[in-house]
Design a binder for this molecule. Structure first.
Ligand SMILES: C[S@@+](CC[C@H](N)C(=O)[O-])C[C@H]1O[C@@H](n2cnc3c(N)ncnc32)[C@H](O)[C@@H]1O
Length: 249
């Protein structure tokens, strides 16, 4: 999620960052109804996924499972994993004991056999990693030949614009760390993200053996303009995240 007004840049070593266990409830509650997640990222990802009935899908960095639930409702056979045990626990509460949920790190070897999934969806998770190589190699390994990887990340142009607006020197061409304080449902949280230019993203996908079939800069869901008039006022188009559909070569 891009920083919202009021969020502030912090030095990278200021405190423990990305400790989703410590703000799982607060993040999950906000994600449930926010413009960025409920009315933008999630509907856009579901639209890109299309008809998923009968497909085996891995939800990488599943959080508390809202996408998992929506995919399952559409007839997909879903497995989810997240690095945060607290997020996985919230997902279990939402999805029930029968849901296939694991605690795992997308940057490490994953507990799934080769060629297990038709699709892998990585919503808003890759931007926590400095090096996408090991994660993409693992996600490719668990995909069937011809399987799809769907990715959403913070849009690099939006991040650059944010630096300019904050009076900071923009560093579009660098892969650089940005550690910032966010507020989720009123609870403060430190996130450490790795920004990179568009060519570094597409280069990482190609180097990992993926072919890009779509790049998408979607609109929020139609209901968003009525529900979030202040956030969308004066914006005929809205841009926050960048979406990719990739095919395993
Ligand atoms: C911004 S939330 C997105 C959650 C969910 N994908 C969604 O879109 O609703 C990021 C999630 O990625 C998880 N995460 C961060 N780094 C991870 C990693 N290295 N491996 C697996 N999950 C990670 C966090 O614990 C958190 O649940």
């Amino acid at each position: 999620m891009p920083p919202v007004p009021g969020n502030s840049a912090r030095p990278a070593d200021a405190a423990v960052a990305n400790d989703y266990d410590s703000f799982a409830e607060a993040y999950s509650a906000q994600n449930e109804s926010s413009l960025l997640n409920a009315y933008y990222e999630r509907p856009a990802m579901l639209a890109l996924a299309g008809d998923v009935a009968g497909r085996r899908i891995l939800d990488a960095g599943c959080g508390s499972g809202p996408l998992f639930a929506a995919l399952r409702d559409r007839g997909a056979i879903v497995t989810g994993f997240d690095k945060s045990a607290a997020m996985v626990e919230l997902a279990r509460r939402r999805l029930g004991d029968g849901a296939d949920l694991r605690v795992a790190d997308v940057g490490s070897p994953l507990p799934f056999p080769n060629g297990e999934f038709d699709d892998v969806i990585a919503s808003l998770v890759l931007h926590y990693l400095e090096d996408w190589g090991p994660a993409l190699a693992e996600l490719r390994r668990v995909l069937k030949p011809g399987g799809r990887l769907l990715v959403s990340v913070e849009h690099p142009f939006v991040i650059t614009l944010m630096h300019v607006q904050a009076g900071r020197e923009p560093s579009y061409f660098a892969t650089s760390n940005r550690t910032e304080e966010y507020s989720f449902s009123g609870q403060s949280a430190l996130l450490s993200l790795w920004d990179r230019p568009l060519h570094a993203m597409t280069g990482a996908f190609t180097a990992a053996g993926f072919r890009m079939t779509a790049i998408s800069e979607p609109e929020p869901a139609p209901a968003a303009r009525e529900l979030f008039p202040d956030q969308l006022a004066g914006k005929p188009r809205f841009l926050a995240f960048l979406f990719f559909v990739l095919e395993r070569g």
